[in-house]
Write a protein that binds this ligand. Structure first.
Ligand SMILES: [Mg+2]
Length: 257
């Protein structure tokens, strides 16, 4: 990983789409700071397209896509996409309640469900780091037990998701961008992705211009592909740092006559 300061200006100036994770990337311990929200507006007003790409639920995406200066929100780790005007809600796989509960109750009875399951359409989510703080061996044992049951499992800094969806954050984001007229090649050339943890690995792999906020460093040993660049600031401060880097590189708009 190179420091973000090493990103060359020309490459930064070519960015037209900012794909960003929420928890521990835009959000700081679950909170959207004034500075991070301001950075979203600054990017939007400079003409960049913004797309949140999160493990959070479809119900969050439905609200955020309407209220924030974004083109859309990819939720549930790629399984759900919600656009600015019309929700894009394709057929959703059945949520694997029974299998997750069977495994949890039998082997991990101390593990609690995430408090946002009511807003989910495709996955079942356990709290590993939001209100609870599970140790790494427990998280890995949970992951292994659910994978052995045939689920796809994704882990972020806050949650462990079990799903039957075949999508990940990268496939969900690329599908959504295609709907905006940005094909996979253009997306690789003109989009930046910023994230922090395990459920971001697919996007770190898919987008050559990938950025981790500083707290990604703790995850690097567990990531199949690390981000290309890393910020100095952690969480929301890291997102602001990326926004400032992109905005500084852009040609200044001159006032019209
Ligand atoms: Mg995250």
């Amino acid at each position: 990983m190179k420091p973000l300061a090493a990103l060359d200006q020309e490459r930064a100036a070519r960015v037209e789409v900012v794909l960003f994770d929420l928890d521990d990337t835009l959000l700081t311990h679950g909170v959207l700071t004034r500075e991070a929200y301001g950075a979203l507006w600054d990017l939007s007003e400079a003409g960049l397209s913004l797309v949140a790409v999160t493990g959070r639920p479809a119900g969050w995406a439905d609200v955020l896509a309407r209220q924030w200066p974004v083109a859309g929100v990819i939720a549930e780790n790629g399984a759900i996409a919600v656009g600015k005007r019309a929700p894009i809600l394709g057929p959703a796989p059945e949520r694997p309640f029974e299998v997750v509960e069977r495994v949890r109750a039998a082997r991990f009875p101390h593990v609690r469900y995430a408090d946002d399951n009511a807003a989910r359409r495709t996955d079942v989510t356990l709290d590993v780091g939001e209100h609870a703080h599970l140790d790494l061996p427990t998280i890995e044992a949970l992951r292994g037990a659910l994978v052995a049951e045939g689920l796809r499992v994704t882990v972020s800094s806050v949650h462990l998701h079990g799903t039957r969806s075949g999508d990940d954050k990268a496939s969900g984001a690329l599908h959504f961008l295609r709907g905006l007229g940005i094909d996979a090649g253009a997306a690789r050339a003109r989009a930046v992705f910023v994230g922090d943890s395990g459920n971001d690995a697919a996007c770190f792999a898919a987008f050559p211009l990938s950025v981790g906020v500083d707290n990604v460093r703790a995850w690097v040993p567990r990531l199949s592909v690390p981000p290309a660049f890393v910020t100095e600031g952690a969480r929301g401060a890291g997102f602001v740092e990326l926004a400032e880097t992109l905005l500084r590189a852009r040609p200044r708009r001159t006032a019209g006559p």
